[in-house]
Design a protein around this ligand. Structure first.
Ligand code: 5RP
Length: 239
């Protein structure tokens, strides 16, 4: 099975299980993540709307990419600020770059971490879909942690991150000269440590640096993590 086949299987199974357990339901407000795992989850959600299982689902999206996908699939999209949403969601479903044994997560590989954290931290339930390659023992030394920054503050932010022991890399555009510009008009550093770090502590420390907008450690709203075990069984891990 390829990694993308696994993503699609786990994503569809997660949507169906959440419907079965009443955690995805008609009339709900749902946050939709970004990336190649979130996409099959959104597509499967759209199928369950089209087959009549779900009605009147209101989505808040986390990127232009997911906005376009919802337009294609005719899933109605709202802002967190719309009165009908009221700044709070019933559930958010998203992918991840890495997940540790305590369900701490690194996100932002697709540069959407800011809006992903806004929906995740303002949801009654947070769900991550992760193929088995995303499950790791520790965070900090593998996948580089994305940090969204104000471009004007790049040099002092890098100095402050270096003081926290991190090596920093400005994310460069592909077929676009210069840095990646996020959907929010900011730049991204991808940072890595020589030794594993405490993600909860680092999430707060990094966000206290002036010029940092948000970082990709998600430690505060612990997700249920749907993944696939060695027997190719889809499991839901809660801590
Ligand atoms: C986007 C994200 C994605 O969820 C993360 O990068 C995983 O991506 P994929 O599902 O394509 O492997 O955080 O900002």
């Amino acid at each position: 099975m390829t990694q993308s086949e696994q993503k699609a299987i786990v994503a569809s199974a997660a949507i169906d299980a959440l419907i079965e357990h009443g955690e995805i339901f008609s009339g709900m407000k749902i946050g939709l993540g970004t990336g190649s795992t979130a996409e099959p989850a959104v597509r499967h959600l759209a199928k369950r709307i089209a087959d009549g299982t779900l009605k009147d689902v209101k989505a808040v999206v986390t990127s232009f990419g997911t906005q376009n996908l919802c337009e294609e699939l005719e899933i109605p999209v709202f802002s967190m600020n719309d009165k009908i949403i009221g700044g709070h969601l019933d559930l958010t479903i998203d992918g991840a770059d890495e997940v540790d044994p305590f369900n701490n997560v690194i996100k932002g590989g697709g540069a959407a971490l800011l809006r992903e954290k806004i929906v995740a931290y303002n949801s009654s339930k947070f769900v991550i879909v992760a193929d088995s390659t995303k499950i790791v023992k520790t965070l900090g030394t593998g996948f580089r942690l994305p940090v969204e920054i104000i471009g004007e503050a790049r040099v002092p932010v890098i100095a402050a991150l270096n003081a926290l022991g991190a090596e920093c890399f400005l994310r460069e555009g592909v077929r676009k000269c210069g840095p990646v510009i996020t959907d929010n008009g900011n730049q991204l550093l991808d940072i890595v440590w020589k030794e594993p770090v405490d993600p909860a502590e680092m999430e707060d420390k990094i966000n206290s640096i002036v010029g940092v907008v948000e970082n990709g450690f998600f430690t505060k709203n612990k997700p249920t993590v749907f993944t696939m075990n060695e027997d190719t069984k889809v499991i839901a891990r809660q801590v």
